[in-house]
Ligand binder design. Structure first.
Ligand SMILES: NC(=O)C1=CN([C@@H]2O[C@H](COP(=O)(O)OP(=O)(O)OC[C@H]3O[C@@H](n4cnc5c(N)ncnc54)[C@H](O)[C@@H]3O)[C@@H](O)[C@H]2O)[C@@H](O)CC1
Ligand SMILES: [K+]
Length: 500
C-alpha cells in the first residue's frame, strides 16, 4: 500500500472533488460526520471543548461541533484567531454555526483568552491539520501547551496540531493526543518512533476518497500489508521434497549466548527451510542439538566462540550470521573471511553488525543483496548518530542504495530500505516483542526465506511482516509482558496460515 505525502493527500482531496464529483464543503461534511459517529460511539457525554484553527482542519472542527450539538451533546467552540481570513470551507461552517446561537463560540486572541479547562471535559483538537507549513510559535504554541497541561483527554482531528505529516517535528510545540482520528490513510508521521508520544491511538476514518488516485501517483514509501505479503508468499506444492527448500546456515552463539543460536535456528526451521545447519562453538553443540534436534550442527573447533570456516559456505543456499557471536578478535577474522565469499546470500545481524561498525571498510565487501538488520543503536554505530528519525530513515535508504544491500531498521514500525531507493514500513508487531531474542528470531526467519529461494527483497518484506504477525499472535495468547521470543517462533506457523 502506498504511503502518501501531505501534498499527495491534498491532491487526493482535490481529485475526489473533481472526479466523484463532490463539492469540497460536502467532503468536509462527510469527514465531520464520520468523526462525529466515532465520537458518539467512543466518548461519554461530557462537554466537548472544540479548538479550531482557520484552515480546513478548523472547518472540520466547526462541522463536528454542529453535528455533536445536533446529537444532543454539550459544546463550547474556541477559535484560534489570526490575521488569516480563513479557508472558504472554514468560513462557510463558521457562518452556519454562528446561526445556531445556542453554541457558545469564544475567540482566542491573546494569552488572557486561554480558557479554564475542566478535567472532565473532552478536548477536540482541530487547530492545524496536514496544511501545517512551519513550526508553531506565539499564541498557537501557548494554546498547545495550555491544552497539553489541562489534564483532559485530547482527541485530534486528522493529525495532532503542530505535527508535520512527512518531516521531523522535533523541538516544536505539538498536541499530545490520546486518540487521533485520521482521514483515509496513515500519515508517515505515525510510523516514526520519535512521534510516538503525540498521536496516541490512531483510528482510520474512511471518508471515501476516490479509489483511483493512489494508482496514478508514485511514491518511494509503502506500508507492508497482508495483501502485499500474500502476493510474495509461494505455498508449498504437493510434490515438493526437502531439496526444494534449500539448506540454510545459521552462524551464531558464543559461551553464554547459545540461546541466540537456538532461537535463530528454530525460527529458521519453523520458516520452512528444507535443511538447517547451525555453526556454533564446540561447547554449544549438545545444548543446540537438544533444543533443535531437526538441525544439523557444524561444531567450531573453538570451545566458546566462532572462529573457523571449516566448510565451503557457497554450498549453503543462504547464511545468517551474528546473533550472540560476540566481537572477539578471532570472530572478527572469521567474518572478514566469510565476506570474501561474494556469492553468498547473507543476513547480518547483531554482533556481525557491531564487528562491521568497528571496521567500516567491511561495508564495501558485503555481497550484493545482503540483508542487514540493525536496531537503532546498531544503526547509529554503523552509520553515525542522526538528529532525528526522519534523517535516520533517509540515511537508511541512501546507504542501502550506495552499498546495494537491504537495510532493515528495526523498531515499532520496522523500515525495510531497498537499493532502488524505496522504503517499506511494517505495521505488524507490538511492544511485547521489545525483548531479548526477538531479533534472533527475525534473523532465522529471513535466512529461512532466502534459503527457499525468495529474493532478498521478498524475504525482507514478507519476513518482517510474518515476524510481527507471529508476535501479535503471541501477544494475543500470552499478553505482551509474558510473551517471549520462543512464543514468536511458536506462532510463525499460524502467521503463515494467514497468508493462505
Ligand atoms: N481538502 C479537503 O477537501 C479536505 C480537507 N480536510 C481537512 O483539511 C486539513 C488540511 O487543511 P488546510 O490545508 O486548510 O490546512 P490546515 O487546516 O492544516 O491549516 C493550515 C492553515 O494554517 C496556516 N498555517 C500553517 N502552518 C501554520 C503555523 N505554523 N502557524 C500559523 N498558521 C499556520 C496555513 O497558512 C493554513 O491557512 C486536513 O488536515 C483535514 O483536516 C478534511 O476536511 C477532508 C476534506
Ligand atoms: K488537528
Amino acid at each position: 500500500m502506498k504511503l502518501l505525502s501531505a501534498t499527495q493527500i491534498r491532491q487526493w482531496d482535490e481529485f475526489t472533488i473533481k472526479n466523484e464529483p463532490i463539492v469540497s464543503l460536502e467532503l468536509m461534511e462527510r469527514a465531520a460526520n464520520a468523526c462525529t459517529r466515532w465520537l458518539l460511539q467512543n466518548t461519554l457525554a461530557g462537554t466537548y471543548y472544540i479548538f479550531c484553527g482557520k484552515g480546513n482542519n478548523g472547518g472540520d472542527g466547526l462541522a463536528i461541533a454542529r453535528l455533536l450539538y445536533n446529537a444532543g451533546r454539550a459544546i463550547k467552540v474556541f477559535i484560534l484567531e489570526s490575521d488569516a481570513k480563513g479557508s472558504d470551507d472554514y468560513i462557510s461552517n463558521f457562518r452556519i454555526l454562528h446561526h445556531l446561537s445556542a453554541i457558545p463560540i469564544y475567540q482566542v486572541r491573546s494569552e488572557k483568552d486561554l480558557p479554564v479547562i475542566p478535567e472532565e471535559c473532552i478536548l477536540i483538537d482541530a487547530l492545524f491539520g496536514t496544511g501545517l507549513n512551519r513550526g508553531l510559535t506565539g499564541l498557537a504554541a501557548q494554546l498547545i501547551d495550555h491544552l497539553n497541561n489541562a489534564g483532559a483527554p485530547v482527541i485530534s482531528i486528522d493529525i495532532p496540531s503542530g505535527l508535520f505529516c512527512d518531516q521531523s517535528s522535533r523541538g516544536h510545540s505539538i498536541i499530545r493526543a490520546r486518540h487521533t482520528l485520521t482521514f483515509q490513510v496513515l500519515k508517515m508521521a505515525f510510523l516514526i518512533a520519535e512521534n510516538a508520544v503525540f498521536f496516541g491511538q490512531v483510528h482510520l476514518i474512511d471518508i471515501n476518497l476516490h479509489p483511483s488516485y493512489p494508482d496514478l501517483v508514485d511514491t518511494p514509501f509503502y506500508i507492508i500489508n497482508q495483501s502485499m505479503a500474500r502476493r510474495i508468499y509461494r505455498p508449498r506444492t504437493a510434490f515438493a521434497h526437502k531439496g526444494n527448500f534449500g539448506h540454510a546456515l545459521i552462524i551464531a552463539g558464543a559461551y553464554g549466548k547459545t540461546g541466540a543460536a537456538i532461537l535463530s535456528t528454530r525460527a529458521c526451521l519453523r520458516t520452512g527451510a528444507g535443511l538447517v545447519t547451525a555453526h556454533v562453538p564446540d561447547r554449544s553443540v549438545s545444548i543446540l542439538q537438544t533444543a533443535a534436534p531437526e538441525a544439523m550442527v557444524f561444531p567450531d573447533p573453538e570451545a566458546d566462540h566462532i572462529a573457523t570456516l571449516g566448510y565451503t559456505p557457497e554450498l549453503f543456499s543462504a547464511t545468517g550470521i551474528g546473533p550472540g557471536i560476540g566481537t572477539g578478535v578471532k570472530t572478527k577474522f572469521f567474518l572478514r573471511g566469510l565476506l570474501e565469499h561474494e556469492a553468498l546470500k547473507l543476513v547480518l545481524d547483531a554482533d556481525a553488525l557491531n564487528i562491521i561498525a568497528g571496521s567500516p571498510g567491511l561495508l564495501n565487501h558485503l555481497p550484493p543483496g545482503s540483508i542487514l538488520t540493525p536496531h537503532p543503536r546498531e544503526f547509529s554505530r554503523l552509520f553515525g548518530e542522526q538528529d532525528n528519525d526522519f534523517k535516520k530513515m533517509e540515511i537508511a535508504i541512501s546507504k542501502s542504495m550506495e552499498l546495494n544491500v537491504i537495510i532493515i531498521l528495526k523498531g515499532h514500525h520496522t523500515l525495510v530500505a531497498l537499493p532502488d531507493g524505496t522504503g517499506f514500513f511494517n505495521i505488524t508487531g507490538n511492544a511485547g516483542m521489545a525483548k531479548g531474542g526477538s531479533g534472533d528470531v527475525l534473523t532465522g526467519m529471513l535466512t529461512g526465506l532466502l534459503a527457499q529461494g525468495y529474493s532478498s527483497k521478498e524475504a525482507a518484506i514478507m519476513g518482517v511482516f510474518l515476524h510481527g504477525l507471529a508476535g501479535d499472535l503471541a501477544a494475543g495468547a500470552r499478553g505482551m509482558e509474558a510473551m517471549t521470543a520462543t512464543d514468536i517462533i511458536e506462532n510463525i506457523g499460524s502467521a503463515f496460515q494467514q497468508l493462505l
